[in-house]
Design a protein around this ligand. Structure first.
Ligand code: C2E
Ligand code: CA
Ligand code: CA
Length: 358
């Protein structure tokens, strides 16, 4: 009776006569690294196919979960810390379907993984003890009918003492992949509550939330926070993206319902960037639609589509905010198209808290 590692090891030795490394991550999760696959492309494909099948070891059948890498002698050795970090990063990103790869290892991909790891470490540290590296900026949103700023969007900022500002679209996905998104959203909510408590004339702040949060149904957690800071939940809205809203329809539906029953609001963020399933979106209790800045265009065709989108949402009583408006000309266009509110550098950039409240 041979162990799983032995069985796989013997098979690999037979099939592949160049350098190869086999790592067992845990249970049936393996990482395989090949060197010089160019000369043995067929062997590599055969091996990949073989891993889709079963393995007999210890008198039992196993189906393995393998991540296959290869490099062509340019790269060092796969047992360096840099490589291990790289595997760890990919291990979290690649869905656990049975066979993944072959993925080419390059200096560049290793460097990228190292950077991701540094950001992850910074996030973990900052979520433990935040010395101001993580903070919220606020971008005022202009209401056209009322001719004043009535709301603001909270946007997170992360500053590394050495690397400088790290963009949220870079570190939020890392937080999501590592189960830290809920902590970040909590941080955003608490920061927003503090601002709202000190500034009664700010009616509402919206925060961006990750869809990975909703599995936990954090409604009660959010209520505890608004309670603690004595903020009426109607002053908080949550921006969720199209993609998130339709990714986990059942989870989202029950979570949203509970939240809305408690007076929280939802905005549909980045409208127009995904492949909208209108039936699914309209079915959800959104209080506002935010049109993404990517959709802004001077082209007549785009304007016609936007105009009828705005009309469509108005016909079901949904106000529309447009984001990313930078010039006076754009502002006039979207006002004339019927948008209810405008967000963008034309009115204000996202501001640090002290500048925002004055
Ligand atoms: P988003 O939700 O679409 O946020 C709008 C982005 O557009 C912000 O980028 C904002 O700074 C930028 N923006 C606003 N006005 C203009 C303009 O006139 N021109 C241009 N070019 N850009 C403008 P930012 O702050 O870099 O955030 C990027 C994305 O990161 C956000 O996109 C959001 O998806 C995510 N994000 C930001 N803060 C948080 C957060 O606290 N939690 C979560 N989960 N995600 C966040
Ligand atoms: Ca947003
Ligand atoms: Ca957007």
């Amino acid at each position: 009776r041979s162990s799983l590692c032995e069985v796989v090891g013997v098979y690999l030795k037979e099939k592949y006569n160049k350098q190869a490394w086999l790592f067992r991550i845990h249970g049936t999760r393996f990482v395989l690294v090949f060197n010089k696959p160019k000369e043995q492309e067929n062997a590599l494909n055969e091996i990949k196919e073989r891993f889709k099948g079963q393995w007999l070891a210890n008198g039992e059948d196993y189906k393995l979960n393998v991540l296959i890498f290869y490099f062509t002698d340019t790269y060092q050795k796969p047992h360096t810390q840099a490589f291990i970090d790289y595997v760890a990063t990919l291990d979290k990103e690649v869905d656990s379907i049975t066979v993944n790869g072959p993925i080419k290892i390059t200096e560049e991909s290793i460097a990228k993984a190292r950077e991701k790891n540094n950001i992850l470490k910074l996030l973990q540290k900052v979520l433990q003890t935040n010395n101001g590296e993580m903070c919220m900026y606020y971008q005022p949103i202009y209401n056209i009918k009322k001719q004043q700023f009535t709301k603001a969007e909270a946007l997170i900022r992360l500053k590394d003492p050495e690397l400088g500002f790290i963009r949220p679209d870079v570190f939020i996905p890392i937080a999501e992949a590592n189960g830290l998104a809920d902590k970040i959203d909590e941080f955003a909510l608490i920061s927003a509550c503090k601002v709202l408590r000190e500034n009664k004339d700010i009616k509402e702040i919206s925060i961006n939330v990750s869809c990975t949060d909703f599995f936990e149904n954090p409604c009660q957690k959010y209520l505890d926070i608004t309670d603690k800071y004595e903020i009426d939940p109607s002053r908080i809205s949550f921006e969720i993206t199209e993609t998130a809203a339709i990714k986990y329809p059942d989870k989202i539906q029950s979570f949203m319902k509970k939240m809305v029953n408690n007076k929280f609001k939802f905005y549909l963020d980045d409208y127009g960037t995904g492949y909208s399933n209108l039936a699914q979106l309209i079915d959800k209790p959104f209080a506002c639609i935010k049109i993404d800045k990517e959709l802004l265009s001077e082209e007549d065709k785009v304007k016609i589509v936007l105009k009828s989108s705005v009309e469509l949402f108005h016909s079901i009583n949904l106000p529309v905010t447009i984001e990313g408006v930078e010039t006076e000309e754009q502002k006039n266009i979207y006002r004339d198209l019927g948008c209810d509110a405008i967000q963008g550098y034309f009115y204000s950039k996202p501001l640090p808290e002290d500048e925002f409240i004055t």
